[in-house]
Design a binder for this molecule. Structure first.
Ligand code: HAS
Length: 546
């Protein structure tokens, strides 16, 4: 890709991998504390470490990697950005970077230990929220660059099907923008004025509802770039073709439609929301599973078709034909395996009754370490193995490929231990966020300790995996021998369906999305404003619902 575009992508990756290093270090401290065997030194607080971990990994590592990745794939498939577009890309980048620096400073000062979900009525220093606002606004600026480049390609190539990766990048950023409206509303209208002392109270229910309007599509904002790699890059890496461009686009369309009006599945146990609307959003949640099932289908089809080309027979004959020794394939594939399990766990979470068993237990932490922590993170690592040398003009040497395989094993073993123990302990009722690992020696809680030790063992493997990943990144970016590395972009299978033009009608998808959002949220919101439950615990006095 154009070296100037490569520079912009790499700038995003630097922040992403520094965050990976710091966030993983915080993660190690956390599992050690939860094992009940270690106390944090120098007055460092558990929730402070947890906030560093969540913000740096779930928000900063992901967002910076995703935007860098989308820029690179768009530059590769649509052609280079104009100087003007790139300048805006840099403006967005600097806004995000300065925002991260501000937010991180206040976390480190102990003034913002409110976790990555920043639930009110926990309050951080206003500058923390202002920092995060800058990150979001910066990401919007980058989003508009992506839209502009895509539109320019369409104008220059009228009537042609747009490059799949660029289309996917646009859909990902549309979803992000629509989702951010909820976050922006609660942060700008409620949280910042309240943290500045301009208003005395905050309505917790409304704030959490706005947060989860954003929070669920947020997880698909992490997932969709991984799907970009699964649909388009993995087929090329295994020497095959994309099963169907149209199916890939359709799954992204479905994500736009159904990923937003489902936030209530994070609030199933919250008072103040009528059960009917929770039920409705549970139904919509099961609809948003469909594009993932379609993705699983398309991936199996891709593997099978390639396997058969290479002479495989039978249902799972393809398994033997896959390039297991290629880290560019192995890392995302292990991510897919984890996602099959994590997705099943998601269905448990989303089932209203089962949610009562797992909500706020460490099962949920297990769930999101399989989804974002494995499926997404391992795919991003797999992408980093080729994209970094490819855009910096270096080579992915066999030695680094081997390190990539070791890295994937470290992550796999670590995650099996950690997430397995989290899921199990969660079913026994262990809470997800707790500074009191041993609860003053209570018998029931002591029974969780073996699982928490297993989590610490897994967490240690993961920490080693993160260190190795950072080493690989630095090596590939600065020290690997100069040369060429493939930027693998798959071609569509000859027998695939044609792409219907309607997929490109972004206005239509956004309009339907808003219609669904209005349907799922309008009446509950009116309820929340009009029928505040005066007696429900935690909702009176503290936050001013009178
Ligand atoms: Fe989730 C909580 C429901 C997907 C992340 N989720 C969370 C939280 C996070 C998160 C971070 O309904 C915690 C938030 C917090 O801090 O409180 N989640 C779901 C459902 C799905 C789902 C139904 N989650 C994700 C993804 C995430 C993510 C993706 C990040 C990237 N989640 C919930 C619910 C809660 C929740 C409740 C709230 C719980 C509570 O009470 O607090 C679905 O989208 C999942 C569908 C996925 C599948 C899997 C398809 C498999 C594929 C791989 C194919 C494999 C191949 C290779 C081809 C059905 C595509 C395999 C080869 C073989 C041989 C097997």
């Amino acid at each position: 890709i154009n070296p100037k575009d490569a520079k912009l992508t790499m700038a995003h990756f630097y922040v992403a991998f520094i965050s990976l290093f710091l966030g993983a270090t915080a993660g190690l401290l956390q599992v050690l504390v939860r094992s009940g065997k270690v106390t944090l030194p120098a007055g460092i607080q558990y929730y402070q470490v947890l906030t560093v971990h969540g913000v740096l990994l779930a928000l900063v590592f992901t967002t910076f990697f995703i935007i860098g990745f989308i820029f690179a794939t768009q530059s590769k498939t649509c052609g280079s950005y104009t100087d003007g577009e790139r300048r805006w890309g840099w403006i967005g980048y600097w806004m995000m970077t300065v925002g991260v620096a501000i937010a991180a400073t206040f976390i480190l000062l102990g003034e913002a230990s409110v976790l990555y979900t920043m639930y009110a009525p926990m309050m951080a220093h206003p500058m923390h929220y202002i920092g995060l606002t800058l990150v979001v606004v910066g990401s919007w600026v980058c989003g508009f660059v992506v839209f502009h480049r895509h539109a320019r390609w369409r104008k220059e190539n009228r009537g042609q099907v747009t490059p799949l990766l660029s289309y996917m990048g646009v859909m990902t950023m549309i979803m992000w923008l629509v989702a951010c409206l909820g976050l922006a509303t609660t942060v700008l209208v409620q949280i910042i004025p309240w943290s500045l002392g301009l208003v005395p109270t905050i309505d917790v229910l409304i704030s959490r509802t706005l947060f989860w309007y954003f929070g669920h599509p947020l997880v698909y904002f992490w997932l969709l770039p991984a799907y970009m790699a699964w649909y388009v890059v993995v087929p090329k890496v295994i020497g095959g073709k994309i099963f169907s461009d149209a199916l890939a686009r359709l799954s992204f369309v479905l994500f736009i439609l159904f990923s937003i009006p489902v936030g209530f599945h994070h609030q199933l146990l919250e008072p103040g929301i009528d059960p009917f609307w929770k039920y409705l959003q549970v139904v919509l949640t099961f609809l948003v599973v469909i594009p993932s099932l379609m993705t699983a289908f398309a991936l199996f089809a891709t593997f099978e078709m390639r396997g058969r080309e290479l002479g495989a027979t039978g249902l799972l004959g393809w398994w033997k034909k896959m390039p297991w020794k290629d880290a560019r394939f192995f890392a995302p594939f292990m991510g897919m395996l984890f996602f099959a399990a994590g997705g099943a766990g998601g269905l448990v979470n989303a089932s209203h009754q089962l949610n009562q068993v797992v909500h706020n237990t460490i099962w949920v932490t297990g769930h999101f370490h399989l989804t974002v922590g494995s499926a997404v993170a391992m795919t991003f690592f797999g992408v980093a193995f080729w994209i970094v040398p490819s855009i910096t003009g270096r080579t992915l040497t066999p030695k680094v490929n081997k390190l990539g395989l070791i890295q994937t094993w470290l992550w796999t073993i670590g995650m099996l231990f950690m997430s397995g123990a989290m899921h199990t302990a969660g079913l026994y009722g262990a809470p997800r966020r707790s500074a009191f690992s041993t609860y003053a020696g209570n018998e029931d809680t002591l029974a969780w300790i073996p699982y928490q030790i297993a989590q610490a063992v897994g967490g240690t493997f993961l920490f080693l995996g993160a260190l190795l990943m950072v080493y690989i990144f630095v090596y590939l970016a600065f020290y690997a021998p100069k040369g060429e590395t493939e930027f693998p972009v798959g071609e569509v299978h000859d027998q695939a369906e044609k792409v219907p033009a309607v997929f490109e009608n972004f206005k239509l998808w956004v309009a339907i999305t808003f219609a669904l959002v209005l349907f799922a949220y309008t009446i509950p919101f009116i309820d929340m404003i009009q029928n505040a439950p005066p007696g429900s615990p935690g909702y009176t006095n503290v936050i001013g619902r009178q």
